[in-house]
Design a protein around this ligand. Structure first.
Ligand code: DC
Length: 221
């Protein structure tokens, strides 16, 4: 039997950082489901496949290989054997990933993959619909939030560290647009599960959020 911690929330809420820190402390395998959608978006861009080309998308999904691994304590994302860890975070992919993640065929395929990734393991899984759709029976569910302005500030800092270009205004705009698309899509929209614990991290440090979530998990474990 596996133990599942679900961390959902909007873009830039700190899910990635917090998930990694909590996972390392509690020995839980970190699964970033956003990276799986980003891989599909990147593969579609690389192969010049449009959002309405269902047959081509089907074929792409049948042959795609996505691996989330770790190297020197850092998460590595492999797409068909190629390291795409940084490439999946570029503005081009940021723009394309929300419409891609709306597609039924993409969600159906990735749902199977995401469940398989967690099979028999103790995991901390981050995304938008983990507590509502991927693992509705997760042992712990957290909904991590922060204001759009705070999230844009954090993304800007992260991008600078990774040499990814873009101004604060551009990032804020992109975050708001993604919030809107992710929350209003038809299938598995971004939504707090009824039984998820809501954490507003706007005025909290990374350490405070990490410690708080660890306490919540320890009570259940
Ligand atoms: O967490 P992220 O920003 O890397 O996610 C990229 C996109 O993938 C996001 O705009 C919405 C989508 N996504 C999703 O629909 N469901 C998930 N479980 C995770 C991500």
């Amino acid at each position: 039997m596996s133990f599942v911690v679900a961390i959902d929330g909007p873009a830039g809420s700190g899910k990635g950082t917090i998930t990694k820190l909590v996972g390392d402390k509690l020995n839980l395998i970190n699964i970033d489901t956003g990276a799986t959608f980003r891989c599909v978006a990147l593969a579609m861009l690389d192969n010049k496949i449009g959002l309405d080309e269902e047959e081509k998308i089907k074929e792409l999904l049948n042959n795609i290989k996505i691996d989330l691994t770790e190297e020197n304590g850092k998460q590595k994302v492999m797409l068909n054997g190629k390291d795409v860890t940084l490439e999946i975070r570029t503005p081009k992919v940021n723009e394309f990933v929300s419409p891609v993640s709306k597609l039924k065929i993409v969600r159906e395929n990735l749902l199977i993959l995401q469940r398989k990734m967690a099979e028999g393991k103790n995991v901390i899984m981050e995304g938008r619909d983990i507590g509502t759709s991927v693992f509705p029976n997760a042992n712990v569910k957290i909904y991590l939030d922060a204001t759009a302005e705070e999230r844009a500030k954090r993304r800007l800092k992260q991008n600078k560290e990774n040499n990814i270009k873009g101004s604060y205004e551009e990032i804020l705009e992109s975050i708001k647009s993604r919030d809107n698309q992710d929350s209003n899509r038809e299938i598995s929209p971004l939504r707090k599960a009824e039984d998820a614990i809501y954490v507003d991290s706007t005025n909290m440090t990374i350490e405070e959020v990490t410690d708080y979530i660890i306490e919540i998990i320890k009570k259940v474990k």
